[in-house]
Design a protein around this ligand. Structure first.
Ligand code: SF4
Ligand code: SF4
Ligand code: FES
Length: 323
């Protein structure tokens, strides 16, 4: 039986808005989604527009939304995405559509360019020969190096949907690749930039990027590594880093004081914005709304049973970090 391909169509020069067009095709055995789109284009409608190049999941051109989520069409077996006899195909999200399934990738490239995605060696050094990396050093950047710049993560990132200035998952993964590269001399300036507003701390941990990523780049894991590097290098003067420190202090205690084993929801927001008047004033509206709806947390911090076990765990972790 023929499968229904529900394809988003749009021509930015002539159409007011996108619309769906149905195509019917018998999926040949072993055909990828890209193979099917090519058959539709060659046999049914030559004007259907989409990007492709390698057909081997290497170039990153054929990313599109399939049944609502970004995927590489050439890496997707068509039969695997058919639901109730149909498959819905749309352009990537978080970018404007130019024609049918082809989007304007400019915001994706612009974000990437901001972090200077190339190796910046020490200008004062004279390197006589190629600098080889040890196996262990290469492993630190191996995952991020597999990124094929397909923009699937950029398309499905929830944080980007509400903040178009957010650097986005691929850019942050690329940032990790250079921060952890032992040949790069700009670790500090890179971490400084990546720690700012719209950077690594604005990720909401939804994990869509890693779920959609067709390679081992898995941006959310790289973002976590970036955050670790930022904390270790002392880039803690921002809401995100303070939030992490506040969480740790609230649950595990700080220099032997506090730490009831549970999150102190009165302490955490104040610690996150920093102990300053502007920050504290910015919390008043939400605090007031919580108070009206009786959702404000108790002013007396909770203390769990066996708090000693929690503190022991944190002490062990601190010792481990020192080692
Ligand atoms: S985990 Fe962070 S970067 Fe990844 S998609 Fe979600 S918000 Fe975006
Ligand atoms: S990180 Fe993954 S999903 Fe994002 S651009 Fe690179 S390969 Fe594509
Ligand atoms: S055509 Fe190159 S990744 Fe699909």
């Amino acid at each position: 039986m023929a499968t229904k391909f529900i394809v988003s169509r749009y021509n930015s020069e002539t159409d007011a808005k996108p619309y769906f067009q149905d195509f019917f095709l018998d999926i040949p055995k072993g055909a990828t989604l890209l193979d099917c789109l090519n058959l539709i284009k060659w046999q049914q409608d030559g004007t259907l527009t989409f990007r492709m190049s390698c057909r081997s999941a290497i170039c990153g051109s054929c990313a599109m939304r399939v049944n609502g989520h970004a995927r590489l069409a050439c890496k997707t077996q068509a039969v695997d995405v058919v639901m109730d006899g149909a498959v819905k195909i749309e352009p990537l999200g978080n970018m404007k559509t130019i024609k049918d399934l082809a989007v304007d990738l400019e915001p994706f490239w612009a974000s990437l360019e901001k972090i200077k995605p190339w190796l910046q060696p020490d200008e004062g050094e004279h390197y006589e020969k190629e600098r080889l990396q040890s196996h262990d050093d290469q492993m630190k950047i191996d995952h991020a190096s597999t990124c094929i710049l397909c923009a699937s993560c950029f398309s499905d990132c929830n944080a980007l949907e509400v903040d178009s200035k957010f650097l986005g998952p691929a850019t942050l993964a690329k940032g990790q690749r250079f921060v952890y590269d032992t040949r790069d001399a700009e670790t500090e300036s890179r971490l400084d930039y990546l720690s700012r507003l719209h950077g690594m701390w604005d990720c909401t941990h939804c994990a869509e990027c890693s779920t959609r990523c067709p390679t081992d780049a898995k941006p959310l894991d790289r973002i976590k590594e970036l955050r670790t590097a930022a904390m270790v290098h002392g880039f803690t003067n921002n809401n995100g880093a303070r939030h992490v420190l506040g969480f740790r202090e609230s649950v595990g205690g700080f220099k032997g004081i506090g730490g009831g084993g549970l999150l102190n929801e009165n302490y955490l927001p104040v610690r996150s914005v920093g102990f300053n008047l502007d920050g504290i004033f910015s919390l008043i509206p939400v605090g007031f709304r919580m108070f009206i709806r009786r959702k404000n947390p108790s002013l007396i911090p909770h203390m769990i049973e066996k708090i000693g076990e929690v503190r022991k765990m944190f002490r062990r972790f601190d010792e481990y970090r020192k080692e």
